[in-house]
Ligand binder design. Structure first.
Ligand SMILES: C[S@@+](CC[C@H](N)C(=O)[O-])C[C@H]1O[C@@H](n2cnc3c(N)ncnc32)[C@H](O)[C@@H]1O
Length: 287
């Protein structure tokens, strides 16, 4: 496996995932009690967008993602919140102003930027070099633990958390043929160990049938109230990743209600043709 998230950092899939991640974190923070944020596939944490330049055979993906929001005005508050976090992080690369983004925060940094003193971060990453970079970045941060290892095993190690509240982000590279099966097993285990946890899974929509089969399996298992949200950027058969989605088990109060305008705004900002759309629905409704 040689997946490198650096090639994709800041693309539309990241913008979709990270906007919804921040919404989930903010929703959980409506209660004062702290929680565990567990990132099973954390990546290296920070991405230098300039590293993606200068390779004609592989044009950078961020201009069609964060690049489209960077200087946009009148953004919906959740999108403005997300862009403000990315801008705050990017300022580490030097004075901002009107220049394009240089540094993009991965999910661990977004969680770190919004976390409160009572919240705790557990970050798992299997690639040794990525895990080393992540560990170095958070070496001085209290209540942030980085583990180099298989994130699918993190749930067994960490759940149930002493806080009795958790958000688990499962964001694998989808290089393995059996990734959806691995996710379903992982969710089953998580749900068994800690039924009230919030579990979010990002997935690509490269083949509609595979995403539909994933939805169907979740519906059959009915592990917990579950919703899906998807952003399609194109209906063109030539586009490999036409869209992506997030399923959320036990979505926190207020999250589902706020999603439709966010998805509509993301599809109009990030869409590349008339096939662009943002949609959501329940797989297992709340009772
Ligand atoms: C899509 S990237 C993660 C991006 C990150 N969550 C973010 O939003 O910034 C997937 C990461 O999972 C790592 N990975 C692959 N298999 C893994 C496993 N079994 N456990 C933990 N990490 C894994 C890859 O090295 C890669 O860094």
């Amino acid at each position: 496996m040689n997946y490198r998230h650096s090639f994709h950092a800041g693309n539309y899939g990241d913008v979709f995932k990270h906007t919804l991640l921040v919404l989930l974190l903010r929703a959980l923070q409506r209660k004062a009690k702290g929680f565990l944020y567990l990132d099973t596939h954390a990546g290296r944490g920070a991405y230098d967008l300039r590293a993606a330049a200068g390779r004609p055979e592989r044009p950078p993906e961020w201009p069609q993602g964060i690049g489209r929001l960077w200087n946009a005005s009148g953004l919906l508050p959740p999108l403005a919140d997300f862009v403000a976090l990315v801008r705050a992080f990017d300022r580490r690369a030097g004075a901002g102003g009107a220049r394009p983004p240089r540094l993009y925060p991965g999910s661990p940094w977004l969680a770190a930027l919004v976390r409160r003193p009572q919240d705790r971060l557990a970050l798992w990453e299997q690639q040794p070099a990525e895990a080393r970079a992540l560990r170095a970045a958070f070496a001085r941060w209290p209540r942030v633990a980085v583990t180099a290892g298989d994130g699918y095993r993190a749930l067994r190690a960490l759940l149930p958390p002493p806080e009795r509240r958790a958000l688990v982000l499962i964001d694998p590279p989808f290089e393995a043929q059996n990734e959806f099966e691995a996710i379903l097993d992982c969710l089953g285990e998580g749900r068994q160990r800690f039924p009230s946890g919030v579990y979010a899974v990002w997935y690509p929509v490269t083949e509609r049938a595979r995403a539909d089969a994933f939805h169907a399996a979740l519906r059959r298992r009915a592990l917990a109230p579950t919703l899906w949200a998807e952003l399609a950027v194109s209906a063109d058969a030539a586009v490999r990743m036409k869209g992506c989605g997030l399923v959320v088990l036990n979505p926190p109060w207020g999250f589902a209600q706020g999603l439709p305008p966010v998805l509509a705004a993301l599809s109009s900002l990030l869409g590349v043709d008339a096939g662009a759309a943002g949609r959501m629905d329940w797989l297992v409704p709340e009772t």
